[in-house]
Structure formats: structure tokens, C-alpha cells
Design a protein around this ligand. Sequence first.
Ligand SMILES: Cc1cc2nc3c(=O)[nH]c(=O)nc-3n(C[C@H](O)[C@H](O)[C@H](O)COP(=O)(O)OP(=O)(O)OC[C@H]3O[C@@H](n4cnc5c(N)ncnc54)[C@H](O)[C@@H]3O)c2cc1C
Length: 450
Amino acid sequence: MSAPAAGRIAIVGGGPCGSLLAILLARRGFEPVVVERGPPFTAEQGGGRSINLALAARGIDALRRAGIDAYVRELMIPMRGRMIHDPKGGQRFLPYGQRATEEIYSVSRAALNVLLHRLAAERHGVEYRFHTRCVDVDAATGDAIVEAGGDRTRLDADVVFAADGAGSEARRALTAAGVIETHEQLLDHGYKELTIPAGRDGEFVLEPGALHIWPRGGFMLIALPNPDRSFTATLFLPHEGENSFAATGEREVDAFFRREFADTVPLIPALHRDYVSHMTGVLGTVSCRPWSRGKTLLIGDAAHAIVPFHGQGMNAAFEDCVVLDRLLEQRAADGSGDWPQLFADFERLRSPNTRAIAEMAIENYQEMRDEVRDAKFELRAALSFELERRFPGRFVPRYSMVMFHPDISYAEAQRRGVLQARIVRELTASADTLAGVDFARAAKLVETEL
Ligand SMILES: Cc1cc2nc3c(=O)[nH]c(=O)nc-3n(C[C@H](O)[C@H](O)[C@H](O)COP(=O)(O)OP(=O)(O)OC[C@H]3O[C@@H](n4cnc5c(N)ncnc54)[C@H](O)[C@@H]3O)c2cc1C
């Protein structure tokens, strides 16, 4: 296999990860070919799969590295915090950060796919082969086998990046052949998307600068704004049991919404139609090792799919592309190594971090659906901001580290987050307000623990 400076590259999957990787590789002088099982992307795609995604600093950093952040900015709707909706219809805004730049962005998945494809194809000459599906990977060599128009062929490539998502065929094939070990941990909760259309005057019917949450303990509803002034709401429920997706009758669904999310009932006119016609998605964490075999490397969701509760899956996939690009940059500078070595380095650098965000994403589900309802949650959040003000750089709230600090790795955010949570819990154990916190003790704890 040739050195990373050269080689014919194929990318399986033209989703966010595959297309961004294609652009970064093209900027390094490679001529990647993207094979995508679906048809050419259109802005209308997305029904049934999460229609908008939260983009945060790690993702934006990656887009900047590829020289395309200015284009993506046109698609971004800022969300500065969570708007918590209580069962009585009351709303409370909890900011995500405390600096002007500390916001996340709602982005249409379909519009992003269209844009990344256009930039890759038109500005960088990347070839896309649509309706071309990877159906197998040769476990001896890592060659990808693709099917298009009924014909099966071996992809003509020296290197294959499998960016074919959470249900990766490449991963499945290599797992079946016994060369990769895969763990899939499915959540007993699923999700379903519902639409909150724009109002009669064409305006947003909810505050657009927030991610809306209706936390109800064992389940929740969330909503993110879209450029057409609608919101995409996502209902997260258990698959079975009380308050679950098992209920599908119109009266049951209507009664459930009137009981739990009464303020949304007038906002979702097609509630039952959407409820029965939109698929219930499954959620889970996928981990596997090793991430490569011969000429194939798994990347993005294909290597490490996570649950969506930290809004980081795509951001992490974009960060993968940055790490890979940095390794290529290093190799170009010193002429060292080959592709297998680069793949091994990539996995060594990335897997502790993707493991950390997978765990933090699961924890965040508990926080979003339950803990945000607790008055102590607000006190802990306020204290975290106060400690950040008093001890800048030393104490950074974990959510901020993950969402706003790409310079802090996921693993480091998780490690520091555990220590900080302990400090905040101790300081708020006997305080009900910020004024009641012992800040001399806080200073000592920050000094000794962080
Ligand atoms: C409900 C939900 C909400 C989410 N919200 C967020 C969020 O707010 N923020 C965030 O960062 N992430 C979020 N995510 C995660 C995010 O969607 C993924 O992490 C991201 O899409 C991963 O990108 P990818 O390119 O690796 O995979 P994908 O987006 O899955 O793209 C894979 C591509 O490969 C193609 N493909 C698949 N199989 C084959 C094959 N055999 N041959 C050829 N092509 C193939 C597919 O058609 C697709 O185009 C969410 C996920 C879900 C389910």
C-alpha cells in the first residue's frame, strides 16, 4: 500500500462525514471518489430522519479548516439556551453559556448534505457516484464491494474510508468476518419527529433562539427551529409500557399530548397523521475495534455512533475528519509512515474521545428529560457559571467544554467534568441560593481538585 502522500481514495457514504472528508482530502491534492447508496441529495430529503441537527464549535472548527464555514453559516439558526416548558405551560430559559459566542446552531440535515456535496463537487472536483451501494468488504484486503444498476464490482481504490453511518455495511461485513468486534447498545427509548409549522403570519410560534424541551422525567419532547420558521419536534419515549410508542390510536395519542404537552397541541395540527406516518427511530451506541482492516478505515458514525442527547454525533464525525487531516499534514511535512500506520494512529487518538462523548451523551439524556426540572439543577448551573467567572480557564462547565471548547478533548472534558460535578455538589449540598455558597471553600476546592 502506498504512502499517505499518494493513492486512489474512495469514500463510502456521502453524508456529512463523507463529504467533509472528501473536501479536506481534495484540498491535500487527492482525488477522492464518493460512492453513495442514495439518489443525488435534495433540500427536501430528511422526512423521518432527524431533520435538523445542532452544530457546535467542534463542527464549525472542522468546517473552517475545510474553508467552508462561511457557506454553512447561511444555514445556521443560533440557539442560546434551553427553553424549558413545564406541564402547566410555563417557560424558563436556561442559557447554554455566558459569553456572546457561546451558542449552538440548528442546521437542516438535508440542506447541509446538499451544500457539502455541491462544494465538494463544484469547488473541488470530487466525483460522486450515486445509487451505488457498498454491499461487502473483503476481509482479507479491505477492498469494498459495491453494487450499482445490478452490477457488483470491487472498488478500484488504494484506500477506502467507510463513512456509511450508524448502520455501516462495511462494519457489518468486517464484523461478520470476525476481524472487527462490535458492540451495539440499543436504548429502550426511540424517537419520532413531528412538525410545528410556522404561524398564520409566517412567523415562528415559539422563541426561535432556543432549543425547546418539555422534560417529563421518563420521556421528553424537544424542538429545534428551521429556516422556514417551522420547528422540528422530536418525541423521545420508551418503546414499550406506560407513556410509550406502543400507544398509536388517535384518542390515546391525543390524550397523551393533552396531558403531558398541552401547550403543543394547538401548535402541531397534523399530530396524529405525523405520529402514525413517521417511523419510530431506534437509538443506540455503537462501538467497535479495530476501526480498520487492510485498506479500509471506518470513520464517523460507522466507527462510533452515539445517542443524540448531547447533539454531538455529527460534530464528532467532523472532528474525526480534522484529526485525520492533521495526521496527513504531519505525514506530508515529515514524509513518515504509511496508510495502515496512519489508520492506527487515528484510532489511538480518537477512540478514547469517542468513548467519552458516547458516555456523556447517555448521561445528558437523564439531564434533559429529568434533572432540568429540579430547582437544584438551576442552582448548580448558576454556580458553575459563577465558578467559571471566578476561576477562568480552571473551571469550565462540562457542557461548555463539550460544546464551545474544541481545544479540550472529549476525554478531558469528561475527566474534568467528574471532578467539577463533585465540587458543585458539595458546595450546593447545604445552599439554596448562590448567596449561600461558601466561596472560600470553593476557592480551596478548585485549587486542590482541578
Ligand atoms: C434523532 C437524531 C438527532 C441527532 N441530532 C444531532 C445533533 O443535533 N447534532 C449532531 O452533531 N448530531 C446529531 N445526530 C447524529 C448525526 O445524525 C450523525 O452523527 C451524523 O449524521 C453522522 O454522519 P455520517 O456522515 O458519519 O453518517 P450519516 O449521516 O448516517 O451518513 C451516511 C451516508 O452513507 C450513506 N450510506 C449508508 N450505507 C451505505 C452503503 N452501504 N453504501 C453507500 N452509501 C451508504 C447514507 O445514505 C448516508 O448518506 C442525531 C442523530 C439522530 C438519530
